[in-house]
Design a protein around this ligand. Structure first.
Ligand SMILES: *Cc1c(COP(=O)(O)O)cnc(C)c1O
Length: 398
């Protein structure tokens, strides 16, 4: 009988240094851009922020863009711009970072959590339909891990019931849904430039939407002042402004925009590297029956922000926590995205949630592990991750 050769990972020595989950991809160009900005006359919101808005909206094909200090700020401003407040309901997903629900609380509205689709872990349009009431004002889908939510039925529901659609696109730069860029679909789309995201400005965000809505969003995002405050100190500016409502202080700085402009120029290359790594992971892990690899539906292009592996726990002697410990022992960083919103004490206690109230989110949560996925990951490091995961699956196979 011919012996099948041992898989390559078996001969790999274990790592001696820790592989961190998601370090930022900052090059010398970003560092120089920051230094140049610090040496210039503008360090806070100014010409570079304007240019970043223009280049970003040009890249996405959005009609207008507003640079902010976070995605959370973008979602908050969007809700406020739509006039959503006490007595209103906003339908969103439990499979997200807490910020998506927190902002709904910030405006005094009620987040209505509906369960996700098992393949993509994005909000289930069928369940959205079942939860629309006369109080519903908006739907807030999250493009989980970079994979767009099923936007066609969501937009149809919104149209039929006159609801706003505010997309949390923290993970989905750049992504497409049925050929359309994320950022050009709903009323508002909020992107994140947090340190771990596909494009970073350390902290930062961008809101896209229609020009008239964005004009109001811009006022709300900067103290409720009714003209471009950053122009006040330039030759073309004037000292005069009026406060038309008590707005927020959410502006982006030119230091951040300088980083963002360089990152935007690098984005295509960074995305190409993400896709290579995803293909390598998929090829290795789809052969292991203890693992389920991520789905990419044929009508989307994912931004591949996260590589979320799912453990087939009935094929393993260990649970997810032990799996993560085993990865750590092999010097591989990992994470879990996300602890579903309804399990957090604030939401659990305020709305009386039991874990099983959102059965798909709860069941899937218990078997999720996010592996390192970032453009700086080298081939040898990808092989280390593959070796560690494969070895754990073999050692603890049931
Ligand atoms: C990161 C993240 C946010 C928040 O982004 P910030 O820019 O840090 O405010 C919101 N939603 C999701 C799904 C995220 O992952």
């Amino acid at each position: 009988m011919a012996l099948t050769p041992a898989p390559a990972w078996k001969e790999r020595p274990r790592r001696t240094t820790f592989l961190s989950f998601s370090p930022p991809a900052i090059s010398e160009a970003e560092i120089e851009a920051v230094v140049d900005t610090l040496r210039s006359d503008w360090i806070t919101t100014g010409p570079k922020t304007k240019r970043f808005e223009t280049e970003f909206s040009g890249y996405i094909g959005a009609k207008a863009a507003l640079a902010l200090n976070s995605c959370t700020a973008g979602l908050h401003v969007a809700l406020a711009t739509c006039g959503i407040g006490p007595g209103d309901e906003v339908i969103t997903t439990p499979m997200t970072f807490c910020a998506s629900a927190n902002v709904i609380e910030h405006v005094g509205a009620r987040p209505v959590l509906v369960d996700v689709e098992p393949d993509t872990l994005t909000i289930d349009p069928q369940r959205v339909a079942e939860h629309i009431t006369p109080r519903t004002k908006a739907i807030l889908p999250v493009h989980y891990a970079g994979h767009p939510a099923d936007m066609r039925p969501i937009m149809e529901l919104a149209h039929e019931h006159k609801l706003y659609v505010i997309e949390d696109a923290a993970h989905s730069l750049p992504a497409t849904y049925e050929g359309q860029n994320v950022g050009t679909i709903g009323d508002f789309t909020a992107f994140s430039f947090y340190a771990t995201k596909n494009l970073t400005t350390a902290e930062g965000g961008m809101l896209t939407g229609s020009p008239d809505m964005m004009d109001r969003a811009r006022v709300i995002s900067l103290h409720g002042m009714n003209r471009d405050a950053w122009k006040r100190y330039t030759a073309e500016g004037s000292w005069y402004y009026e406060v038309v409502e008590p707005g927020f202080k959410y502006n982006m700085t030119d230091i951040q925009a300088a980083i963002g402009l360089v990152q935007l120029g690098r984005l295509e290359a960074m995305q190409a590297r993400r896709r290579e790594i995803v293909a390598q992971y998929n090829a290795a892990f789809s052969a292991i029956d203890a693992l389920q690899t991520p789905t990419e539906r044929p009508n989307v292009e994912s931004a591949h922000h996260l590589y979320v592996l799912r453990l087939n726990l009935d094929r393993l002697k260990i649970n997810r926590s032990a799996f993560i410990e085993q990865l750590k022992e092999r010097q591989i960083g990992s994470s879990v995205h996300f602890i579903p919103v309804h399990l957090h004490p604030y939401y659990r206690d305020k709305y009386g949630f039991k874990p099983e109230d959102l059965p798909v989110a709860y069941a899937e949560y218990q078997r999720l592990v996010s592996l390192p996925l970032h453009p700086g990951l080298e081939d040898e490091e990808v092989l280390d991750v593959i070796a560690a995961v494969s070895e754990i699956c073999e050692e603890y196979r049931l």
